[in-house]
Design a protein around this ligand. Structure first.
Ligand code: NAD
Length: 498
């Protein structure tokens, strides 16, 4: 279906806004009946009140998850049968694509074009990819002595809590739950408090697809209560977390304070995007560099937020990026032609504004943007902003702003470029633009980041390629075969042959 203002309006008029917990195959209130206000950043209006899951709700969801895991209705199902249920789930996401896209747009303010044409198709692809591979994987037999046969088999880890952020509400959730479910685990999903609705909705879709009751729960709630209770729970075997480094470090501590559960972390970034003077195509590089920071309002973990340009092309290149940024201004998220939408909430908007002021105080110069905009909507919007004359020890070059703010630094030679690129606590992604294949490969080897883009930036996100961080950008990987490892135990079985 082509996205038009007409069909968006029609779908919105029929939209139901999910607000309950989903436990044991049923929607229900939280035990305490406490709820939180779910506000849309599009216009600052209250969407609904969403129940807040607390300790008793966490305990119930874990109990049901453990019971179903132990009964084996899902965990012992042959992979080929699990595959069919997840493939059916993918078709239901396609059926309800516009509804789910609208829920995410209204919840967190990103454009309907992004949710409908990017987040939904990539989520569906991710589910299909994991469903399709699961009955084509084999376990191993070790090359040990003839007296023994050594089997190395993989088993589901057990009960997995997936704690996810708001920047791609459905997509980030699917990155965890598709590989965790397909490997036979029970999964409890905790969406971010800023964007709970699509997560709640998929509870019903998984049931409709045939997932046994109890295998999948959704617990909307906040971090310090719902998230922390999950992380400290002694009957959860793994927490798969995407979010800030600050909370990621807490999650590691909670594991140590409880049952040493396995922790997978996808955290923040301050990714370098290096433009060498021999860049093959300055226009393509400028377009990709602008997209890398202004796409999704800059609320992207792997955003190319540090543009590192060779001194002799700085002015020319920045002029090109600035010109393109004029086409990337925020506008109504529900208009299918908008490039960018709202910032997730007023706290995040204030945070971005605070960093812009810090940048000015630190002595960086604003080339374009720098302001909150569209105040008349009642929503949260920020102009695409470019800082020049940034030094790498400035806060705006070191700390994750998570908004449409590009910091530009310059270098004179290869070693200086790599040194600036690596001078950060993060290591999620990096871009390199050069015609020289030797230089590109050398740079790619020397940069400490989980993903390196050569002569592109983030053009090729797909399910086959693992994504994750070096240094404080995380532990483990989402996507690809590698993500399955997060959710599997390895068992070695020695059989004596007599
Ligand atoms: P956040 O860390 O504030 O929250 C993430 C999740 O953790 C939310 O569900 C939140 O409720 C929960 N949480 C908060 N406090 C908690 C606690 N004490 N215990 C347990 N759970 C808690 O992050 P955010 O603001 O939602 O998302 C933005 C961050 O996510 C950025 O740093 C961004 O880089 C990162 N991110 C990383 C990736 C990646 O793949 N590496 C992808 C998307 C976002």
């Amino acid at each position: 279906m082509n996205l038009t203002s007409e069909n968006i309006k029609k779908a919105k008029s029929k939209l139901k806004y999910p607000y309950e917990l989903f436990i044991n195959g049923k929607y229900q209130k939280s035990t305490s009946e406490k709820s939180f206000d779910n506000i849309s950043p599009i216009d600052g209006n209250l969407i609904n009140k969403v129940f807040l899951a607390q300790q008793e709700d966490v305990d119930l969801a874990v109990l049901k998850a453990r019971e179903t895991f132990n009964k084996g209705h899902w965990s012992n199902l042959p992979p080929g049968k699990r595959k069919k249920i997840l493939l059916k789930f993918a078709t239901l996401l396609e059926r309800d694509r516009l509804e789910l896209a609208l829920l995410d747009t209204i919840d967190m303010g990103k454009t309907i074009n992004d949710t409908y044409n990017a987040d939904l198709p990539t989520s569906i692809d991710n589910i299909e990819w994991y469903a399709e591979i699961i009955d084509k994987l084999f376990d191993d037999i070790s090359p040990s002595s003839n007296e023994y046969m050594g089997l190395i088999t993989k088993e589901p880890i057990g009960v997995v809590a997936a704690i996810v952020p708001w920047n791609y509400p459905l997509w980030m959730a699917i990155w965890k739950i598709a590989p965790a479910l397909i490997t036979g685990n029970s999964v409890i999903l905790k969406p971010a408090e800023q964007s709970p609705m699509s997560a709640i909705k998929i509870g019903a879709l998984l049931s409709e697809a045939g997932l046994p009751e109890g295998v999948f729960s959704v617990l909307p709630g906040d971090g310090p209560i719902t998230g922390k209770s999950l992380c400290l729970h002694n009957d959860i075997d793994c927490v798969a977390f995407t979010g800030s480094g600050e909370v990621g470090k807490l999650v590691l501590q909670y594991s140590g304070q409880s049952n040493m559960k396995r922790i997978q972390l996808e955290c923040g970034g301050k990714s370098p995007n290096i433009i060498f003077a021999d860049c093959p195509d300055l226009d393509s590089a400028a377009e990709a560099s602008a997209y890398a920071i202004f796409g999704n309002q800059g609320e992207v973990c792997s955003a190319g937020s540090r543009l590192i340009v060779q001194k002799e092309i700085e002015k020319d290149f920045l002029d090109r990026v600035t010109k393109i940024s004029e086409t990337m201004k925020p506008a109504d998220p529900l208009d299918p032609s908008s490039f960018a939408g709202a910032i997730v909430n007023s706290e995040q908007l204030e945070k971005i504004n605070k960093y812009v002021n810090i940048g000015k105080e630190e002595g960086a110069e604003i080339k374009v943007g720098g302001n909150i905009t569209m105040r008349e909507t009642g929503g949260c919007y920020f102009e695409p902003t470019i800082f020049k004359d940034v030094r790498n020890n400035m806060k705006i070059a070191q700390e994750e702003i998570f908004g449409p703010v590009l910091t530009t630094l310059t270098f004179t030679n290869f070693d200086e470029a790599i040194s600036i690129a690596n001078d950060t606590e993060y290591g999620l992604a990096a871009g390199i633009w050069t015609k020289d294949i030797n230089k590109a490969i050398k740079a790619s080897r020397e940069i400490r980041a989980g993903t390196v883009y050569i002569n592109n930036y983030e053009e090729g996100v797909d399910s086959t390629i693992p994504l994750g961080g070096y240094k404080q950008s995380g532990i483990g990987r989402d996507n690809g075969y590698q993500a399955l490892e997060n959710y599997l135990q390895v068992k070695s079985t020695w059989i004596k042959i007599s």
